[in-house]
Each structure stands twice: as C-alpha cells, then as structure tokens.
Design a protein around this ligand. Structure first.
Ligand code: HEM
Length: 406
C-alpha cells in the first residue's frame, strides 16, 4: 500500500478553468488523491472502475452524510437502503418515459416561445436567453406549479446560488431560502390537500381524476409498503431536491453541447445537416463535459482504494468527469467525436450509476433533443460571439455565460 500523494488542488484557478488535464495526470500517477488543504479533508477517485465501484456499493460508501465535502444529516435521496428507495419510488414514475409523453407538447411550446424571443435579437447570452429558463419552465410544469412563474424562478435561482454556488458559506443564506421555499410549497400544495380531503383511500388511481397528474399530487398520494404517507418535511425536501438536481444540470448540458458544436463549426454543420447524429452529439457531450463532475460519498469503515488507505467516516469524491475520460474505457478520450461507437459512448457515467443513478435522464434526453432540433432549425447560422465563462461550483461543469450571434 502506498501513501504517496500528488499535487492536485481542485480549487486552483487553472484546474477550475479546465479540470481535465489535472484529471488526466491524476489517473496516471495518483488515481486516489488526498486533499488536506481544507477541513474536513477529502479523497478524490479519478479512475472509471474506482468511481463505478464507489457509487455502486452503499454498504462500503454511504450517501447518508450528504453528497458534498461537508458532513450533513442524510434526508430524502441522501440515504441508503429502504429509506432511500422510498423517495425513488415516490418520484421515478413521474419522470418515466410514459409520463413524459404528457408534457412533450408543452416542452415544444416552451422551446418555441424561447426561440421566438431569441429571434427578436441578433446576439445574446445563450445561458440567460435559453439554457436557464427552459429546464425551470419544464420542471414547473411537471411539478404542477401554478400562478406566477417569475416568483418560482426567483426562488429556484436563489436555491442554486445558496445550495450549490455558495457551498463554503455558513449555511445561513441556504436556510433562509429553504424557509421561503417551504412556505411556497405549502401555498402550492394547499389546493391539492383540499381536493384530497374529500377522497377516501388516497392512491394513485386518483391521478388525472380528483387530482391533477403531476409530481406534487404523486408525492401527496404516495404510500410506502406499510401504508404510510410522506411527512410534510419529506415532501418539501423531495421537491427541493428535484429543483436542485434537475435545473442547473440540464442548463449545463445545453450550454456545453452548443459550445462544443460551435467551437468547431464543422460539428454544428454536420449535426444540422444530418439529425441522425443528434443523439450521438448529446451523449458525447455528456461524456466529454459531464455537468456533474463529481459527487461525494463517505467511507463506512477503514478501507483501501487505488493504493491509498482511507480511514472510516471520510469523504470521497467519485469523479464522473474524470471516469468519462478514462483511456481504459474510451478510445481517444480527450477527443470530442460524433462518430464514437454508441456502445462505447453510452458507458459514460454523466448520470451516475448504482442506486442513486439519475431518474431524470429520460426527461433530460427528451428536453435537449427538442431544444436542439429547434435551435438547429431556427438558427442554422448560430456562432460563438466572445469568450464564455464556467459556472462556479468546483464539482459542476457548464457555461454560466455563453455569448452567441445568429
Ligand atoms: C444533464 C442533466 C442531468 C445530469 C447530468 C444529472 C446527473 C445526475 C447524477 C450524476 C446523479 C447521481 C448523483 C450521485 O451519484 O449521488 C443524479 C441524481 C439525481 N437526479 Fe439528475 N441529472 C440531470 C438531470 C436531472 C433532471 C432533469 C432531474 C429531475 C427533474 C434529475 C433528478 C435527479 C434526482 C432526483 C437525483 C437523485 C437520485 C437518487 O439519489 O436516488 N436530474 N443526477
């Protein structure tokens, strides 16, 4: 067993700007790294097989202390075993392809509206004009949000800022947003609770009849194997997690994909002229520029990985962004290739793996396909119009500013 470490700092300016060269170096020389320059320190796993092993084995690597470098009390999705499966069961159905059919026409409508707005100008920030508002509009529809969407968007932005971008703060801002969000959920849930008060034997058979078929109704109607409903706290936490998990990630996929296609316009032109390449372009973007660079787990007992001894109760980042560039798994991993064999590109772990694998993947693929077809049709001459900037959280990857002209 070796205890050697190599120089790697996920927070230095060069690594933040482009983490992939540092990942490449680490995979070669120190596949598991110990970062000690903050409290608590944490480990990072870079190789595909190590990342897959960590996130597939909750007995050895638990999610119950949260998915960030900080230790948090596990609630909702941030748990293992039956307690975690309860939340999967309560939500996966609403995100399953057969239910997405219901919202598909509305996604088309939202995309068209945003493209119409873009058509009123000749240049602008793609993040602000299209990539950020689209996922928020879609999740609002899926959840069943009614009334002023502007307020929902403001709360969602504040949650992103405090929940992800501001991970180093003392958490006061996050608690304030959470309190605001909880009163918002209470207002939104009240009409459904009123409808339910007249219903004997609440179950999902009432969806689309007494209650609208959306995520909020499904959470209210959910019963576990013992017939117990979710508590108000659990419902609020699930709604918050869906907002956090689904918005910025989809926005990042849209900005990353458009950025890489336009960086070398022959890629954009190839996809524009042959739409059968679009699914490959989407998967290659997820592989090449994973919007979630890494998520944390905690060791249950002392263990060894990649030649490193890792003590019990220690945080480790499973680096999906590095696993997706591992030459043991992908040929020419640092090349963005539209002709990568499908069987190979689909091995990417951008949506995670194991018990916590992303339930939002079918929605993401549907939404981004509709969005890209709309963009390619309406703005065939789309081009980069300046230098873009990355989003701030070190373990997420997307463009927060992407100037384009059309
Ligand atoms: C490009 C878009 C997306 C990416 C790259 C992405 C990525 C991920 C990843 C990597 C995980 C696993 C985290 C872990 O290992 O702990 C995850 C979990 C999750 N995602 Fe996504 N996601 C995306 C879109 C969405 C959408 C649209 C939704 C829902 C509206 C969503 C909802 C969730 C939820 C609820 C979880 C937690 C699942 C669990 O812990 O069991 N995601 N996502």
């Amino acid at each position: 067993m070796t205890t050697t470490n190599c120089p790697y700092n996920p927070f230095d300016a060069e690594t933040l700007e482009d983490p992939f060269p540092a990942y490449r170096q680490a995979r070669g020389g120190c596949p598991v790294h110990h970062f000690t320059e903050q409290e608590p320190g944490f480990y990072t796993a870079f190789r595909y097989d190590d990342v897959a092993a960590i996130v597939s084995d909750p007995d050895e690597w638990t999610a119950k202390y949260g998915l960030s470098p900080r230790f948090q009390r596990g609630v909702g999705f941030n748990n293992d075993g039956p307690e975690h499966r309860k939340f999967r069961k309560a939500t996966v159905d609403s995100l399953a392809p057969r239910n997405l059919k219901i919202v598909e026409p509305e996604i088309h409508q939202l995309v068209d509206e945003l493209l119409d707005d873009m058509a009123g100008a000749t240049s602008g920030d793609f993040h602000e004009m299209f990539a950020a508002p689209l996922p928020i509009g879609v999740i609002a529809r899926l959840m069943g949000i009614t009334g002023d969407l502007g307020h929902f968007k403001k709360l969602s932005d504040a949650l992103m800022e405090e929940g992800m971008n501001n991970a180093d703060s003392d958490g006061a801002g996050f608690r304030r947003v959470l309190a605001e969000l909880n009163s918002y959920w209470a207002e939104q849930l009240a009409p459904r609770r009123a409808l339910l008060s007249g219903v004997d034997d609440p179950n999902t058979g009432h969806l689309g009849a007494e209650l609208p078929d959306d995520i909020m109704s499904r959470l209210l109607l959910f019963r576990n194997d013992d017939g117990e409903a979710l508590s108000e706290f659990e419902i609020n936490n699930t709604l918050m997690n869906m907002l956090l998990a689904g918005n910025e990630t989809t926005t990042s996929l849209l900005t990353n994909l458009v950025w890489r296609l336009l960086e070398d316009r022959s890629r954009w032109e190839a996809v524009r002229d042959d739409r059968s390449l679009l699914p490959s372009a989407i998967e290659e973007s997820l592989r090449f520029d994973a919007p979630v660079l890494g998520m944390f787990r905690t060791s249950v007992e002392e263990t060894e990985l990649g030649g490193m001894r890792i003590p019990a109760k220690t945080k480790i980042m499973a680096t999906y962004g590095s696993a997706n560039r591992d030459p043991e798994k992908f040929s020419d991993p640092d090349e963005f290739r539209l002709d990568r064999p499908r069987g190979e590109v689909l091995q990417h772990m951008a949506f995670g793996r194991g018990p916590h694998a992303c339930p939002g993947a079918p929605l993401t693929r549907l939404e981004v396909t509709i969005a890209m077809n709309g963009l390619l049709d309406r703005f065939p001459g789309l081009r980069l119009d300046g230098v873009s900037e990355r989003i701030t959280p070190f373990n997420f990857w997307g463009r927060r500013y992407l100037p384009l002209a059309w």
